[in-house]
Design a protein around this ligand. Structure first.
Ligand SMILES: [Zn+2]
Length: 254
């Protein structure tokens, strides 16, 4: 667990280099963003919190993919939010999401899985520092990144990773357009000093800018039908995703 800014902690699981972000608010209440990913990881998070006299006060799921909708009974019953669109998608795709959990991280209490309610408005309702949602449809519908303006931390969800290329939502009617709009929304977030990707490593302000530029470059090259010289494409599964993106770019061309 790293304290990346005063009162903001990030833990990183071995599985998929998945991050969990914890913002500490008043009286030890915490905002838990995307607690992940295995049963043992969640137990360790709960243990870490209780050892420090901290307790979850609210949860946030950045987007409706299984590894961002997890919860443990040890966190207690607190409001768990996502964007209205993410809540609707999670409900509509629940059987598939549940089977994804069973395949990749078995043993979770499924009665607590994806129990998110829609947040109306842009600020997460909790007794702590402001947490402002940046909603868009890149990567997944209703994706909600969270800016913690006082700490200058942008919790990006599955965007702005140093280890993953932009992963498009190929179910979308306009995956490249949606991705670009989401990316530019995040690029314009004010006062970002640290970026936390859902999978990967925390980056500073310069690294945030570098990742925005790298992701724009990836999208430009892929839409032009090229294979970008992107070091993230070293991973076979990401090359497979890239091939699907290229295919989609070709078929979208007039
Ligand atoms: Zn995702």
């Amino acid at each position: 667990m790293d304290e990346i800014a005063p009162g903001v902690y990030v833990s990183t699981a071995d599985l998929y280099t998945t991050t969990t972000t914890i913002a500490v608010g008043a009286d030890g209440g915490c905002l838990l963003i995307d607690p992940a990913v295995t049963v043992a990881d969640l137990a360790a998070l709960a243990g870490w919190l209780s050892e420090r006299g901290l307790r979850p006060a609210a949860g946030w799921s950045t987007h409706p993919h299984w590894d961002h909708l997890l919860w443990s009974a040890a966190f207690g019953e607190v409001p768990r939010y996502a964007t209205p669109r993410a809540v609707a998608v999670a409900a509509g795709e629940l059987p598939g999401l549940v089977s994804d959990v069973g395949e990749s991280a078995p043993g979770h209490d499924l009665t607590l899985f994806a129990r998110v309610e829609p947040l109306h408005g842009r600020e997460i309702d909790w007794a702590g520092p402001p947490a402002v949602v940046y909603a868009h449809d890149a990567h997944a519908p209703g994706h909600g990144a969270v800016l913690l303006p006082e700490a200058g931390v942008l919790v990006a969800g599955d965007m702005l990773s140093d280890i993953e290329i932009p992963l498009l939502d190929l179910e979308s009617a306009d995956p490249f357009g949606c991705y670009r709009r989401g990316l530019e929304l995040l690029a314009g977030a004010p006062g970002v000093r640290l970026v936390v990707p859902g999978h990967g490593h925390v980056g500073d302000q310069a690294e945030f800018r570098r990742r925005v530029a790298a992701d724009r470059g990836y999208l430009d090259a892929t839409q032009a039908g090229a294979d970008p010289a992107d070091p993230r494409l070293a991973e076979p599964w990401l090359r497979a995703e890239h091939a699907r993106h290229r295919e989609r770019a070709l078929t979208a061309r007039p």
